[in-house]
Design a protein around this ligand. Structure first.
Ligand code: GLP
Length: 248
């Protein structure tokens, strides 16, 4: 069993998070299992209850665990939580859950932008964009189809990249010098059409979630407009809300 290192530079709650994550990843704790209480964890690892609570809360926010009022905290039933607090990509979301992301490229070529894409990327319709259509999987299970239209100087070079084995966000940030700073995203419920259902290996008409995301660099310049379809029974979107004004 892993232990918490007292003189490590990593904060204790962070070390505990990784220990708990590993217990899920290794299969020791299965979806639906009740995890030990804050008190039990604080005794087992000789840490404060506050530290245990912080680690659990983080893993709840990341979708690894979920809480049920009065019953305790459980391992999530194979659902992926896409948190809507920080801008992260598919690879990061899946890795955070301890799963293995993979990608099948369906299309990767320059195409003229349609009207909606052009509007989001602040272009004229018909201007060339790099169109990337990918099937995204976690532990070899199909989860989403993501269609990204990309526009930046040199975007045609993406055709030469290994897009099956690289995260797009990582490529953009580390190879193309495009820090991704913010995004606008919409989410909508829908039913899978025949083609989507075939690719996602689900029955046609299954519940899905459509998202549309425009991602901007630090200069507030849109670089990607992506429309994605996620399997409805595999995704939870998490957000944290703050109230601005109270009823007086
Ligand atoms: C998300 C977004 C997409 C984005 C992708 C990048 O899922 N919806 O717009 O293209 O992440 O993921 P990765 O960095 O794994 O390629």
């Amino acid at each position: 069993m892993h232990t918490i290192l007292r003189n490590s530079p990593l904060p204790r709650y962070h070390q505990l998070k990784e220990i708990l994550r590993e217990r899920v990843r290794s299969g020791e704790w299965k979806p639906g299992d009740l995890i030990p209480s804050e008190r039990e964890l604080s005794e087992t690892y000789s840490i404060s209850r506050m530290t245990a609570r912080q680690a659990i809360t983080d893993l709840v926010n990341e979708g690894v665990f979920y809480r049920e009022q009065g019953r305790g905290t459980f391992v999530t039933q194979n659902k992926i939580t896409q948190q809507l607090l920080h801008l992260t990509g598919f690879t990061e979301d899946i890795r955070a859950r301890g799963q293995r992301p993979s990608t099948k490229v369906l299309t990767a070529e320059m195409r003229p932008a349609d009207e909606v894409t052009a509007e989001h990327l602040r272009l004229d319709p018909g201007q060339p964009v790099f169109l990337l259509r990918r099937l995204r999987l976690a532990d070899d299970e199909p989860l989403a189809i993501e269609v990204s239209a990309l526009n930046f100087k040199g975007c045609e070079r993406l055709a030469e990249e290994d897009l099956e084995h690289n995260s797009l966000y990582q490529l953009l940030e580390s190879q193309y010098g495009l820090p991704l700073m913010e995004a606008d995203q919409e989410i909508e419920a829908g039913l899978a059409g025949d083609e989507e259902a075939g690719i996602l290996k689900i029955p046609a008409g299954s519940a899905v979630l459509y998202t549309r995301r425009t991602t901007f660099t630090d200069r507030n310049r849109p670089v990607e407009y992506a429309t994605s379809v996620y399997r409805g029974n595999k995704y939870t979107f998490y957000t944290h809300l703050k109230r601005d004004r109270l009823f007086s």
